[in-house]
Design a protein around this ligand. Sequence first.
Ligand SMILES: *Cc1c(COP(=O)(O)O)cnc(C)c1O
Length: 394
Amino acid sequence: MAYYQSKPAAGRHFLQIPGPTNVPDRVLRAMDNPTMDHRGPDFGKLGASILAKVKQVFKTQSHVIIYPASGTGAWEAALVNTLSPGDRVLMSETGWFASLWREMAERLQLRPEFLQGDWRSGADPAAIEAYLRGDKGHEIKAVCVVHNETSTGCTSRIDEVRKAIDAAGHPALLLVDTISSLGSIDYRHDEWGVDVTVAGSQKGLMLPPGLSFNAVSAKALKASETAKLPRSFWDWKPMIAANATGFFPYTPATNMLYALDAAVDMLLEEGLDNVFHRHDRHAEATRRAVRAWGLEIQCDEPRHYSSSLTAVRVPEGNSANALRAAILEKFNMSLGNGLGQLNDRVFRIGHLGDFNDLALMGTLSGVEMGLRVAGVPHRPEGVRAAMDYLAGNA
Ligand SMILES: *Cc1c(COP(=O)(O)O)cnc(C)c1O
């Protein structure tokens, strides 16, 4: 039996967690090439080409640094390259991932200040502006926001956060986690004046887990010259120096770079605007299904609805984990679990990455059948509502 399944199952497993996402065959094929000498001349050409190409996805002209690490590593890289021990940083409590980033900041001896949230909307630009206005001495060195909060399905408006920082006349750096939005939801590193964009390979970029990224503004680079947090593996400086000729200071994840090359080609061939529109459309169809089932969407601010995933609340007295277990057992589909305070209260439908209308309909059918099997009260009308929307907007 294959190592990735515990019992015989015909057909494809539906991997509908909001990351890792389904890896397209073209990307898998690209990885299936011989690993090459990462100090040899061919590698330099490949490296230079990928480093240039990937900038288009971040919409930046500046450096994009690629680490052989999960997204958490790129979070750390963003902090240790720009900040010094004891620095105050402002963070927004959008959910579980924002909370983890804050804990990391604390462990790194920063002083994070958390703008409280109820895990049902994105960051509040007005609250950020008011907080920064109160910091007359400009002691806050960075504002950290999770663009798409994967635990709740709420997307923060980074353009509005930028405006809030500017309106307060505050010089803090803007650090943004796009791990579950890049390549799925409109994002513009340069235009929005983001200083460090943090990203990961295994969500919208359609790659297996294993790569993560920092896109770095000139202002962030400048800050890195005087930042005093200890750093070695994550240090941008030797990376940028080696990247100038397409190389890396230590062994890069060579086959993952082949994969990245193929995945970025796929995104650019489809066109980023079309990719974003496809995600918006699948998210809207999913929300219509949820409402037709009579269930509640965790994000209660329509302007913050996520196009990469939808977190769905189960009615009081029901178990989201039992529902997910039934769907896995009966229909061979994985859905995302509720994280932190949302454990057992929500399940999360990932509709990002390599995805199309029929894959979405298969996913929603699995959920609707699962609601019935698990005995969760609902109206069996969600699949129909999604079909009506998709066919009416084909
Ligand atoms: C998945 C995710 C992370 C964590 O990334 P890892 O690759 O698991 O380290 C952080 N932030 C967000 C928003 C995520 O979706």
